[in-house]
Design a protein around this ligand. Structure first.
Ligand SMILES: C[S@@+](CC[C@H](N)C(=O)[O-])C[C@H]1O[C@@H](n2cnc3c(N)ncnc32)[C@H](O)[C@@H]1O
Ligand SMILES: [Zn+2]
Length: 274
């Protein structure tokens, strides 16, 4: 854990390491878990606890197969392009840390000394994220109320995760970079064709973020060959579709053991102008 990268969720003062806790100058104290993350979520204000264990493990098992490694390489490459010595990088809605650890390992390999933070509202996700790479500063918190000091982050990465553009703007420095990954129209189309009678394409507008200028906008589209029912089930279980699909529709996947599916990503890079 790095000193003063997080701020107190109660009084907003810097948090400093004190033994196995983080403490602010007003003595609000937050334990660092055995795995190494800190819980900065004031839970009485928040009832959304993000992805559950089943979703976290489905995502971990799927991502570990390497089908999204092309995306991880593009994201790490973009971070490297904008990173510099002693910069601060935040992965917002980092999940179980697949991309976060890829980013950190790439910076280490290129000898760029950056501080990497990961925020997610799911404790379970961070429990697994810490196992991937203990050199990352992980905190349980809401994307809508970040326990991060104003003007302290150089690069925010946001991959398929909830975000509040005002909060991102607050924590980003002037000229800071936001790298956002969004699903494109045809993302997972063949999976949706099996499950839904009338599948819809994703909407894929370029977000308009007021003060931000769009400096890069790339597409990454390729086919993935899934070769077992477990792989197909894990991919489905890590998507938001898992929340709003009927049991009957989900069961349509039970008899499928092979599937070629489209991965269709958009990687947009914005510069923050304060
Ligand atoms: C689709 S997953 C993406 C995870 C990761 N970025 C990845 O691509 O592997 C969305 C993540 O956002 C988290 N999440 C949901 N609501 C959140 C919130 N209000 N604040 C922070 N994280 C949130 C979930 O727990 C989940 O880990
Ligand atoms: Zn405090």
């Amino acid at each position: 854990m790095t000193n003063q990268v997080f701020s107190c969720p109660v009084c907003k003062e810097f948090l400093t390491i004190a033994g196995n806790s983080l403490k602010c100058k007003n003595n609000h104290s937050f334990d660092i878990s055995k795995r190494g993350y800190v819980n900065l979520l004031l839970s009485k204000h928040n009832t959304n606890h993000g992805d559950d264990k089943n979703m976290v493990l489905s995502r971990r098992d799927f991502l570990n197969l390497g089908y999204y490694s092309k995306l991880a390489n593009v994201v790490s490459g973009k971070v490297e392009q904008y990173a510099f010595s002693n910069c601060c990088i935040l992965d917002l809605g980092c999940g179980e840390g697949y991309y976060t650890s890829h980013i950190k390992e790439n910076l280490d390999k290129k000898c760029i000394n950056g501080t990497v933070l990961g925020i997610d509202i799911s404790k379970t996700a961070l429990d697994y994220a810490c196992r991937r790479n203990p050199g990352i500063n992980y905190a349980v918190a809401s994307a809508f109320d970040l326990p991060i000091p104003t003007d302290s982050v150089d690069i925010v990465v946001n991959i398929f995760a909830p975000h509040d553009i005002g909060e991102i703007g607050r924590v980003l420095k002037n000229n800071g970079i936001l790298i956002m990954v969004l699903p494109q129209k045809k993302h997972l189309w063949e999976l949706k064709e099996i499950v839904y009678d009338k599948p819809y394409e994703n909407e894929s507008p370029v977000p308009d973020f007021g003060n931000y200028s769009l400096s890069e906008d790339e597409e990454l589209t390729y086919k993935i060959n899934l070769s077992s029912n477990d792989e197909i089930a894990n991919l489905f279980a890590m998507t938001p579709y898992v929340y709003n699909t009927s049991i009957e529709d989900k069961e349509k996947l039970n008899s499928i053991n092979e599937l070629t599916v489209t991965a269709d990503f958009r990687i947009a890079v914005f510069k923050n102008k304060k």
